[in-house]
Design a protein around this ligand. Structure first.
Ligand SMILES: Cc1ncc(COP(=O)(O)O)c(C=O)c1O
Length: 430
């Protein structure tokens, strides 16, 4: 497999774009960040003509695979009548009606373009509603790249003594933001009970990924989310579920449908429009109405642009009319997981695959389960995964840099078989 054209384009890009990429994580791709020519269904083709079965899937959004015709057609049709209206449309109302039918709880909605933005408005609302300034986030959780939340998503915890102090994960983060964030271990109800007992007067909200999508795809311990809900009620703290990853991917109503726990606010983005940029905040009406009164400001020139509304409308219409979509997505994912586990076993390689069929995480570790970020950071051989993902690429399978695999409904039996074959070869070569 040759990557000559990508290498040449990367050299040119570096002269114009810092690091040659438009998102920091892409910089670590091997052999260079690849330049792509086209993507359709489960496959991507790069500028050198290499074709890959793709499990990056936009880091989650492409639940139907790349550029599904029904979304392309809907967007193309709707955009003939204008695309950046910066105004309301009847189709947006229809979209909200669709959303009402997907979520398990009665909600009002606001839309934006990215997960980072929607988390921002969730935290702002929580502060205004509770009249408290701090919020609590968990180690190993990622909520976007803005200053207030870019703390302790992937901290170095190799020393036993590492505390839960806020650690900024980029240069240039406003120093004052560290005073607003309280960091806690996840899946540990006692730790939260203690923090809330001591600090509830200052904490407006707990924000959590209900399934820890950003570190090893860790499921919550039995009763953990329920306990968070109980503690938030006891101490007048809002509970925010960041479902940017899990929303419209693990079930129609997201993780809150699976676990039947009602957050006060929840954020969505990635999979809501089958790959088009849209984000949504869903919240209890009495909290969301702080935006109606003008008490809390939320803006965005591109909010509910015609293409994003059209794609989200088509996505939700499809999902509402295909009730078995997630069942079958998860089932196909499980077939793949079983095949990958078998392939590793044949080579006597210890791997742990965690998550659900639609999204899962493959780690090189001898643990038989990972319950929190520190288990992950201290016991997973990331270097081995990087080596494995290089070999997989050379065997025709594109994996994300961070170990998370995303299934789509376009991955068929052949793709699954070919992926397992590629994994057999890659494990053998490791
Ligand atoms: C749980 C979660 N929240 C927020 C974000 C930020 O979303 P975006 O990349 O659309 O800004 C991400 C992105 O990966 C995420 O996984």
């Amino acid at each position: 497999m040759k990557f000559d054209k990508s290498k040449k384009l990367y050299e040119e890009a570096k002269k114009m774009v810092p690091g040659g990429v438009s998102s920091s994580i892409r910089q670590s791709e091997w052999p260079v960040p690849l330049f792509f020519k086209s993507a359709k269904g489960s496959k991507m083709t790069d500028v050198d003509g290499n074709q890959f079965i793709d499990y990056v899937m936009g880091m989650g959004p492409n639940i139907f695979g790349h550029s599904p015709d029904f979304i392309t057609n809907s967007v193309y049709k709707d955009m003939q009548d204008g695309f950046c209206l910066t105004g309301q449309s009847e189709k947006e109302n229809e979209l909200s009606e669709f959303v009402e039918r997907t979520l398990p709880f009665k909600r009002k909605f606001r839309y934006a373009s990215s997960g980072t933005e929607i988390v921002q408005i969730a935290l702002r609302l929580a502060r205004s509603y509770t009249n408290k300034n701090k919020f609590l986030k968990f180690e190993g959780h990622y909520h976007g790249w803005m200053d207030s939340v870019l703390y302790n998503s992937h901290p170095d915890v190799s020393s036993e003594e590492t505390l839960f102090d806020p650690i900024a994960e980029s240069g240039g983060i406003a120093k004052g933001t560290a005073d607003e964030v309280v960091i806690a271990p996840w899946n540990d109800a006692e730790a939260i009970e203690k923090i809330l007992k001591d600090q509830h007067k200052d904490i407006s909200a707990i924000i959590t990924e209900p399934i820890l999508w950003n570190s090893n795809v860790i499921l919550p311990n039995s009763g953990y989310l329920e306990k968070l809900r109980e503690l938030c009620d006891e101490y007048d703290v809002l509970l925010i579920f960041d479902e940017v990853g899990t929303g419209f991917r693990v079930a129609l109503g997201g993780a809150q449908e699976i676990y039947c726990v009602e957050p006060d606010l929840s954020t969505y983005a990635k999979s809501m429009a089958g790959g088009f940029p849209i984000a949504m905040l869903a919240g209890k009406p009495e909290i969301m109405d702080y935006m109606s009164s003008g008490e809390v400001v939320h803006g965005g020139s591109f909010n509910t642009n015609v293409m994003s509304v059209s794609a989200a409308h088509a996505t939700l219409d499809y999902l509402l009319n295909n009730k078995n979509f997630f069942k079958s997505l998860n089932k196909n994912g499980e077939i793949l997981i079983n095949g990958l586990e078998e392939a590793a076993k044949k080579q006597n390689i210890d791997v742990l695959i965690q998550g659900l069929g639609s999204v899962f995480y493959l780690s090189f570790t001898n643990l038989d389960s990972i319950k929190n970020y520190r288990d992950h950071a201290n016991n997973v051989d990331q270097e081995k995964y990087r080596e494995f993902s290089k070999l997989m690429l050379l065997n025709g399978v594109r994996l994300s840099q961070n170990g998370r695999w995303h299934m789509s409904s376009s991955h068929d039996v052949n793709d699954i078989e070919n992926t397992i074959r590629a994994a057999e070869l890659s494990f053998a070569e490791l």
